[in-house]
Design a protein around this ligand. Structure first.
Ligand code: B12
Length: 313
């Protein structure tokens, strides 16, 4: 469910008059939605998109549900990585949220934030845990915070169009790693895909059922842990067969997929970063548009240009 804001809330949050907001709606820079009672509302994802594009300052972020001081600091990626790692270890959820949303509002993509800030912070956390420098509860708490932030970013990226290409995915049995899986869903949604995570530790057969039911354009599998390589390869081969039958591209990635294991697998793409996934998904979407020029959903999300219900008042 998308978070809706009143024009007064948004006007106060960015310290402009309500009439300026109405003018931006009129110019198509912001899209207002009318409630059943005729009141004008602005969707949070649209407001954040507008702030990123326009460079307009966020003066009172708390009015949009973000921590105070969000959007007021120029954030450098390299330093953000260390700050997020330290805040994750300290369990400082607000500080993590502030940094992540600062980066997002400064125009960094969810893909960059995940690959360069969150994933690297968790790699560091893993190393510290391995060296006995970090207690288990701190690692688990960091995961909980990471998952909450990904969920909030998912709410912040623009809702995909109803005719956008579909992607589904998850992790296979005995693979509990939720963060990479949630990141993939987020990154694809940011690219305009209707991406849905099926979750983690899924039996292969049920992923096959989901593929048959929803006939997605793309199936992703994040593989961070493999219990038995022969079983994994056999089950994966079956799943790949199902996907081939529905014309679904299969994208795989994750720390457990060694070169040796990959040699025994068939797939449309192997990606070791989300940036690679973004490039592959975009090329797949443009290829589909070239084949079928009447299909408008090319992965981009020009919602403000074509979303019905734009407000001219
Ligand atoms: C959190 C965590 C856990 C949590 C996970 C909680 C959860 N619900 O997600 C729990 C508690 C389950 C856990 C358990 C264990 N863990 Co652990 N864990 C981690 C930790 C700290 C973070 C994992 C993570 O989410 N990273 C962040 C993600 C985003 O990074 P990523 O996986 O690299 O993904 C990036 C890319 O690989 C890529 N990608 C990944 N998948 C895909 C898929 C596609 C399609 C694409 C395009 C891209 C892509 O994109 C991501 C963004 O860049 C890692 C450290 C690390 N290096 O990551 C250890 C780590 C993986 N764990 C480790 C260990 C040892 C264990 C345990 C064995 C500990 C134990 N004794 O019980 C168990 C094993 C559980 C199991 N069945 O596998 C070791 C593994 C060592 C090894 N040689 O394999 C690590 C590396 C820690 C360490 N340095 O020692 N762990």
């Amino acid at each position: 469910m998308q978070k809706l804001l009143t024009t007064k809330q948004v006007a106060q949050a960015i310290k402009v008059s309500e009439s300026s907001l109405k003018r931006w709606c009129y110019q198509g820079l912001l899209t207002a939605i009318r409630t059943a009672g005729g009141h004008r509302r602005l969707a949070l994802d649209d407001v954040l998109h507008f702030l990123r594009k326009s460079g307009q300052k966020l003066v009172r972020p708390e009015l949009l549900g973000l921590p105070s001081n969000t959007g007021q600091a120029a954030v450098v990626m390299g330093r953000a990585r260390e700050k997020v790692r330290d805040a994750l270890i300290a369990g400082d959820e607000d500080q993590c949220r502030r940094i992540v949303f600062d980066l997002y509002l400064a125009g960094h993509s969810a893909c960059e934030i995940c690959d360069h800030v969150l994933a690297t912070a968790f790699h560091d956390i893993g190393l510290r845990w391995e060296c006995g420098e970090l207690t288990i509860y701190r690692e688990r708490r960091a995961c909980e915070i990471g998952l909450k932030l990904l969920q909030e970013l998912r709410m912040a990226v623009r809702t995909p169009l109803t005719d956008a290409p579909v992607a589904i995915g998850g992790t296979l049995s005995c693979d509990p790693y939720r963060l990479p899986n949630s990141m993939i869903e987020l990154v694809l949604r940011e690219l305009g895909w209707r991406a849905t995570s099926l979750g983690t530790s899924l039996p292969t057969a049920t992923i096959g059922e989901a593929v048959r039911d929803s006939r997605p354009r793309l199936l992703w599998l994040s593989v961070s842990h493999i219990e038995s390589v022969p079983t994994f390869l056999a089950e994966y081969a079956h799943l790949h067969g199902v996907a081939t039958g529905t014309g679904t591209a299969v994208v795989v990635g994750g720390r457990a997929l060694t070169a040796e294991i990959r040699r025994q697998m068939a797939y449309s793409a192997y990606c070791d970063t989300l940036r690679h996934l973004a490039a592959f998904a975009s090329s797949l979407a443009s290829m589909d548009v070239e084949r079928n020029p009447h299909n408008k959903s090319d992965g981009a999300n020009p919602r403000s240009e074509c979303r019905p219900g734009g407000d001219a008042n």
